[in-house]
Design a protein around this ligand. Sequence first.
Ligand code: C2E
Ligand code: CA
Ligand code: CA
Ligand code: CA
Length: 279
Amino acid sequence: AKKNGKNQAIFCSEDMKEDVQKRMLLSNALHQALERNELFLQYQPQVRVSSQEIIGFEALIRWKHPEFGIISPAVFIPIAEESGLINRIGEWVLLTACAQNKEWQDRGFKPVQMAVNLSVKQFQSGYLDSIVKSALEKTGLTPRYLELEITEGIVMKESKYVIKSLHALKDLGVSISIDDFGTEFSSLSRLKDLPVDRIKIDMKFIQEIAVNSKDEAVIAVMIYLAKRLGLKIIAEGVETEVQLAFLKDEGCDEIQGYYYYKPLSANEINRGILDLLIK
Ligand code: C2E
Ligand code: CA
Ligand code: CA
Ligand code: CA
C-alpha cells in the first residue's frame, strides 16, 4: 500500500511512518554491518532419526547491531533485498559457510552437507553460478558438500532464468533443495521437471501434526511423492515427540528442528556436538 502513489502518504498512520523510518535506519546500518563484522552465521544441525547422526547443517544469518541487539533475518533480509545489498551479503554467507564446512572436514570430522539459503535477487544478478564456483574454489570445499536452498515460491514462478541458473548450479556439482515446500500447491506436478535433490516440508505443516488431520494427509502425500520421484525429504521445525513419531511413521527419516537442535554458533558446535560427527 505504501507504493500506491504520493497521495497515499496523507493516509499514513504514525505507526507506518515509524515503520518506514525504522527500515531506512536499518537499511543504512546494514551497509556498514558487513565491514564492521556485525553479521555472523549460526548452524542448525539436521539429523537422521534412524541412526541419530548429524547429516548436515543449515547456515542461518544473524545480525548483531551494537545498539539494537540481535536482529532477525526475517526483518533484515527483505531490507537487504530491496537495497540490492543482498548480493554482497549472500556472497559473504556462501564463503563463510563453505569455509566453516571445510574447516570441520579438515579437522577429521565426517563430511556432511552445508545448506545455504539463496534470495531471488541472487538469481537475478546473472552471475550466481560464478559466485558459487568461486566460493567453492576459494575454500576448497568439494561441491557435493554444498546444498543451495531456494524457496518453493521462487522456483514455481518458473522464471526461465531461475530454472536456467539451477541447471548451471547443478552442473557445478552442488545440491539443490526446495525450501518451504507445500506452501504453493501448484508445485506438486511440476516437481518432476526441476533439477532438485531434496524438498524441505514447511514448518507450517509440521505444526499441524496431531492438530489437523487434513494437513497430516498433505504431509503424507509429500513424503510419498518425494520417494516416488527419488528425491530426499526433510521436515523442518520439528519440536515435539508427537511430530517426530508421525513423521517417522510416514517414512520421513530426516529432521531439522528444536526437538534435536536449535541453530548454534560455530563455537558451540566445536565445543559440544562435533563428537557426533567423528567417523
Ligand atoms: P528458513 O530458511 O525457512 O529457515 C528456517 C527458520 O526456522 C530459521 O529461522 C530457523 O531458526 C527456524 N527454525 C528451525 N527449527 C525450528 C523449530 O523447531 N521451531 C521454530 N519455531 N523455528 C525453527 P531464522 O534463522 O530466523 O531465519 C528466518 C528466515 O530468514 C529463513 O527461513 C530464511 O528465509 C531467511 N534467512 C536466514 N539466513 C539467510 C541467508 O543467509 N540468506 C537468505 N537469503 N535468507 C536467509
Ligand atoms: Ca532455509
Ligand atoms: Ca524453510
Ligand atoms: Ca520460511
